[in-house]
Ligand binder design. Structure first.
Ligand code: ZXY
Ligand code: CA
Length: 512
């Protein structure tokens, strides 16, 4: 009996669902492929002041360097060692960035690849981010070190050693994902190396991990590994804090592995949310915004307390991967801002905002021939810095969606309404909807072809509020639209579908 209780308590204490956000912050931004030096500066000059809770960084471990295709983004998902050295910067750059972000209240979550090392076709030599020698051919990674004994080959029974059938969970977990050398995570030795790698990141101050390809690892192996992780660094986090863990599990249904196998390990990426949100705002498959009255679990998504949600991610924004062409991205900026606004206003899940770079899209028969392209770079392959223009947008082909006024202001909105329930839902039965968050915020969308012209109960105290989509409050005035809320909480909204952004949002801190 005592043992059962002990196990139950231990199991609960393993639950690593808390992002440890500081001071009521609520959102993560993925600064995809950014250099550590640029992230440090962005924490200080923008993310801290604007109330972002954390940043997801690209994989910090040393990776293979690909010539074909040239420096592809996904080379960073092929580790060759656990040295903290990549095109984003050196170990010192990483340490400096993490402490500077922590200092301004912005957590850092590292993207970690522990399912595999490089692709089997990766050859041998020192074509690695920081010169470590490795041999994919011989399954030899002396900088860890891993040898051929540390990979899963003997456990996979497909003809070519690769995953062929996603309806067979043994293949999904024990075979090679598109040829990537699959680590034997049930081996004590391998677990030890992975634990040391993750603990080295905890030691320098990360708040948690986005665990790549969790679908392809056994939950039992992950539980043992996570159970051996140190608590977060007490320079920045209260004693006894477990790292936040969010498992990347691409589960749109119809496969042997489902996201609920990972709930006890931390949060999980909800890809259905991203895919469905695209359908709703594009009005595909007869979806309507009014149907989102029960958005969340009512749509078959996982429980809110388990979910990390996003409009798009670094993979599905490239037109392949989960969700296909429904996914909204910065390329569809008007709909994208609305969808991001909806996500950030809605209480479901922990929200992650994407921050991308532009590449030369080139569609041939519906497929982007350049979906592999890495970040903006110089001729020698080094990543271009993120420059900031005088209007606060980013240069050098960095998109910086997180700096778009509509998105930044909705990140702030989410902080202001944190903890408030969804309230005062209204819809027109079509694509005009509105909802509040208690008495702290209210948002109205018009994704119909006609005009929205309606008086609604906002649940907010009477007064004059600045719309934070068309502008914001600056001193004692609004730079965009103003909304008058009467003493009865009612307000009149008029949104033309030809407005540059056909939605309006007000919150307690945007009151004049
Ligand atoms: N790649 C191209 C060429 C090689 C990389 C490709 O056509 N891959 C096959 C289809 C995508 O499969 C991959 C999945 O996850 C990965 C992959 C990968 C994770 C990695 C490294 C990878 O290739 O190379 O760490 C994947 C797994 C699933 C699933 C869908 C996709 O349902 O269980 C890619 C790379 C994609 O397209 C990629 C890379 C990193 C990610 C990710 C996707 O974190 O989510
Ligand atoms: Ca595996």
């Amino acid at each position: 009996m005592k043992l059962v209780i002990l196990l139950a308590v231990f199991g609960l204490s393993l639950a690593q669902h808390n992002p440890h956000f500081k001071h009521g912050r609520t959102s993560i931004v993925h600064l995809f492929e950014w250099r550590w030096a640029d992230i440090a500066a962005e924490c200080e000059r923008f993310l801290g002041p604007k109330g972002f809770g954390g940043v997801q960084i690209s994989p910090p471990s040393e990776n293979i360097v690909l010539d074909h295709p040239w420096r592809a983004w996904y080379q960073r998902y092929q580790p060759v060692s656990y040295k903290l050295c990549s095109r984003s910067g050196s170990e010192n750059d990483l340490k400096d960035m993490i402490s500077r972000c922590n200092k301004v209240g912005v957590n850092v979550y590292a993207d970690v690849i522990i399912n595999h090392m490089s692709g089997s076709g990766g050859g041998e030599g020192t074509h690695s981010a920081c010169g470590s020698w490795f041999s994919a051919t011989k399954e030899d990674f002396p900088s860890v070190p891993y040898s051929y004994l540390d990979f899963n080959d003997n456990k996979c029974h497909t003809s070519n050693g690769e995953i062929q059938n996603y309806n067979d969970k043994y293949q999904v977990r024990n075979c090679r994902l598109v040829g990537l050398l699959d680590l034997a995570l049930e081996k004590e030795y391998v677990r030890g190396k992975v634990v040391n790698y993750l603990n080295s990141l905890i030691a320098i101050g990360v708040a948690g991990f986005r665990v790549d390809t969790s679908k392809h690892m056994w939950p039992g192996d992950l539980q043992v590994i996570y159970g051996r992780l140190n608590n977060l660094n007490t320079n920045w986090f209260s004693g006894g804090s477990k790292p936040f863990i969010y498992s990347e599990v691409i589960d749109l249904g119809g496969e042997a592995v489902s996201s609920n196998e990972y709930f006890h390990l931390g949060r999980v990426t909800e890809f259905k949310y991203s895919a469905k949100l695209g359908y709703v705002f594009r009005k595909w498959d007869n979806e309507k915004l009014s149907y989102t009255k029960n958005w969340g679990e009512g749509w078959g998504f996982m429980p809110s307390g388990n979910a990390v949600v996003f409009v798009d991610n670094h993979d599905n924004q490239r037109g392949h991967g989960a969700g296909g062409t429904s996914i909204l991205t910065f390329w569809d900026s008007r709909l994208y801002k609305m969808a991001a606004g909806y996500m950030l206003a809605h209480p479901y899940g922990v929200t992650r905002v994407m921050s991308s770079y532009r590449w030369n899209r080139n569609f041939v028969n519906g497929k982007d021939q350049n979906d592999w392209m890495g970040p903006p770079s110089y001729g020698d392959g080094s990543t271009k810095p993120v420059t900031i223009n005088s209007d606060q947008t980013c240069g050098n082909d960095w998109v910086c969606e997180h700096r778009w006024r509509q998105i930044t202001n909705m990140v702030i909105f989410r902080n202001v309404v944190n903890g408030q329930p969804l309230s005062n839902w209204w819809d027109n039965g079509n694509n005009q909807v509105a909802f509040g968050r208690g008495n702290r915020g209210f948002i109205v969308f018009n994704n119909d072809n006609g005009e929205l012209n309606v008086t609604l109960n906002t649940g907010m105290p009477g007064g004059t509020y600045c719309d934070v989509i068309s502008g914001q409050k600056e001193g004692s005035r609004c730079t965009g639209k103003q909304i008058q809320v009467g003493g009865d909480g009612r307000a009149h909204f008029r949104i033309s579908n030809s407005d540059s952004d056909p939605f309006v949002a007000i919150h307690a801190d945007s009151k004049l």
